[in-house]
Design a protein around this ligand. Structure first.
Ligand SMILES: Nc1ncnc2c1ncn2[C@@H]1O[C@H](COP(=O)(O)OP(=O)(O)O)[C@@H](O)[C@H]1O
Ligand SMILES: N[C@@H](CC(=O)OP(=O)(O)O)C(=O)O
Length: 597
């Protein structure tokens, strides 16, 4: 990419229609490009500029640069070589773009950052994805003649047509897609079958419509925008329909397309979240529920952007799920590892895989509230000062299955772990948490890990059948994992307090595991006790000043009570925890790399 300088031009970054450009140049009067260049350089020096680097020097879309690019579309740079760069990605989830009013607010929000050149990533409006999935499932059994009357289809149609009407953009933007959607549902009804591939195609209508409407609205209000379907601009994925992985080829392809178009003809890119194109099938794929976060971080890495902003309906990542405990508070700063662990262990706020590109590209992620712009949100970066950190967040994942697997062979047998995990690999089943001893393993499976596929009883029976060839197996369903995300350097203190609270609440911990990432201690409890346990833990750590107190006193003076031995969770056995306290140092990449699923 071309070298660029940072300066604050007195004009908006946003590409404007020609009229606005003319207005602008007359407002700018006789100020020449050379003067602008000097101004830019001066500002650059003021900010300690001089280095040339991805994160240090960026042109804030000086309007003159845009004008030059317009005069000669092949020319991407102003005469001094500086280029207006796309510099941030702003992702808005379904809750942020749920209606015409919300779309107006989001547009206003974007335009309130005139010095940024954003790429916008949008999810489907509101609950559209759920409605489309329901429609697909109903279509399988309802018969072609009933498709048109289906409530879910009517809901999707009404929502999108109402939105285009209220925003006063052309109905044609979505009417063709709505007709196509109805045809697809009729096809599903005719085939009486909804494959994963068709499911992905079906839900893709949500993002395809929201982005078209929003781009049309931006254009209407004078902020030049261009809509992109992710599957057309290089989002290349595996062919794992409903849960596809982004392939490496995506990064250069997406960068080339978005950057190239921007340089030729600047317009705010509005990209569909969640969608990709299978590399073998060339069919539309999706990245798993909540996958637009991953789209945003992929773009952030691909273009080496300054920041990835993920706009939600909460004030950032919170100390726990606000639906479980309303006193949850925003967490100001997280590391990529903490955020990944939090997402992986069930915090709905971020897609489990989304931190990976951000970490690889070292692009900070900011989680903000589109309903409360002023709230500082959560900043997620590679590292943070952990010296005073204790507990950051509590995450609950319900309805998991606990498997106790004990080797039938003698102590000292080698290869047992490998055999057990090869069974999971062969069956394509993802494992969440693990605790082992030499001859036994406890692990948890998440039945809802793959959104479209329940680990149904039949499948569990099959797992048990395979494992029983080499072990004695005890399968326990209806369990929950409570993950304590924080500074595991202080695990003794965390565990001391956590177990005190759990004991007082009569909650029995059935397994404990500390992941190799060193930011997470997982406790397995009964589903029926889980929510109450999370609320009690939250109260004990965040609501009575304990976290704050520990932050001012580094904890050296605190001693564990007699009933709670100070535990080194990596190597200890604790009689109160059953036989599976020892935690393996192996990090289990259930399906993929150690950093993701
Ligand atoms: N630890 C947490 N921090 C913040 N939000 C959480 C947390 N756990 C669960 N949530 C839920 O996640 C929701 C935001 O995620 P999501 O619905 O995917 O947002 P969007 O659709 O806007 O991308 C919040 O409304 C909140 O209810
Ligand atoms: N629309 C998709 C993708 C997504 O990311 O949605 P959201 O950002 O609203 O969680 C879903 O509902 O899963």
């Amino acid at each position: 990419m071309a070298m660029s300088y940072l300066f604050t031009a007195p004009t908006s970054c946003f590409a404007r229609p020609r009229k606005s450009l003319r207005d602008l140049s007359s407002r700018l009067g006789s100020q020449s490009f050379l003067e602008w260049e000097l101004l830019g350089k001066a500002a650059c020096e003021k900010r300690g500029g001089g280095q040339i680097g991805k994160n240090s020097l960026t042109v804030f879309c000086q309007q003159g640069v845009v004008s030059v690019a317009r005069k000669d579309e092949a020319v991407s740079q102003s005469f001094d070589g500086s280029t207006a760069q796309l510099n941030i990605v702003m992702k808005f989830g379904g809750s942020s773009v749920a209606s015409a009013e919300r779309m107006r607010e989001v547009a206003d929000l974007i335009l309130s950052f005139p010095n940024e050149c954003p790429i916008i990533v949008l999810s489907a409006m509101g609950k559209t994805t759920n409605k489309l999935l329901l429609a697909g499932e109903k279509a399988v059994g309802c018969g072609i003649s009933h498709v048109s009357e289906m409530d879910e289809l009517s809901f999707v149609k009404e929502l999108h047509l109402k939105t285009v009407d209220e925003l006063a953009v052309d109905r044609l933007i979505v009417s063709g897609l709505l007709d196509e959607l109805e045809q697809l549902l009729k096809g599903i009804a005719m085939m009486k079958e909804l494959t994963l591939r068709t499911k992905d195609y079906l839900v893709s209508f949500g993002e395809c419509m929201s982005t078209r409407i929003f781009a049309a609205y931006l254009n209407k209000i004078g902020a030049k925008a261009r809509q992109y379907d992710a599957f057309d601009i290089g989002f290349i994925t595996t062919d794992d329909f409903t849960n596809a992985d982004i392939l490496e080829a995506t990064y250069p392809a997406v960068a080339k397309r978005l950057h190239g178009d921007w340089i030729r003809d600047p317009a705010i890119p509005v990209v569909t979240g969640f969608l990709g194109k299978g590399w073998k099938s060339c069919a539309v794929t999706t990245l798993g529920r909540g996958g637009s976060d991953l789209t945003a971080t992929t773009i952030g890495k691909a273009l080496g952007l300054r920041e990835i902003q993920v706009w939600k309906d909460v004030d950032g990542v919170l100390t726990c799920d606000p639906n479980i405990h309303p006193k949850a508070e925003p967490v100001p700063h997280l590391t990529f590892d903490e955020a990944a662990e939090l997402a992986y262990f069930g915090a709905q706020v971020l897609h489990p895989q989304s931190m990976r590109p951000a970490r690889e590209g070292d692009v900070p992620v900011r989680v903000k509230n589109s309903y409360n712009r002023q709230a500082p949100g959560t900043l997620i970066t590679r590292s943070r000062d952990m010296s005073k950190a204790l507990l950051t967040s509590i995450v609950l994942k319900q309805n998991i299955t606990l498997l106790d697997i004990v080797s039938t062979r003698m102590l000292g047998q080698y290869g047992f772990l490998a055999k057990v995990f090869s069974i999971f690999e062969d069956l394509g089943i993802s494992v969440d948490s693990v605790a082992t001893s030499e001859v036994s393993i406890s692990l948890t499976l998440d039945p809802s890990k793959i959104w479209s596929r329940e680990l149904i009883q039949q499948e569990l029976d099959h797992v048990v059948e395979e494992l029983e060839k080499i072990s004695v197996v005890n399968l326990l369903q209806g369990r929950s994992i409570i993950s304590l995300i924080g500074n595991v350097q202080r695990s003794s203190l965390i565990l001391e307090r956590a177990f005190n609270v759990l004991r007082k609440n009569g909650v029995n911990v059935q397994m404990i595991s500390q992941g190799a990432s060193k930011v997470n201690i997982s406790l397995v409890v009964n589903d029926s006790e889980a929510k109450q346990a999370v609320a009690a833990l939250h109260e004990a750590f965040f609501e009575d000043g304990f976290n704050a107190e520990i932050q001012s006193d580094d904890g050296r003076h605190r001693t564990a009570p007699a009933c709670f031995p100070t535990i080194d969770p990596l190597n200890s056995h604790c009689p109160t925890l059953g036989s599976y306290l020892r935690v393996p140092s192996l990090s289990l990449p259930p399906r993929r790399s150690a950093f993701g699923r």
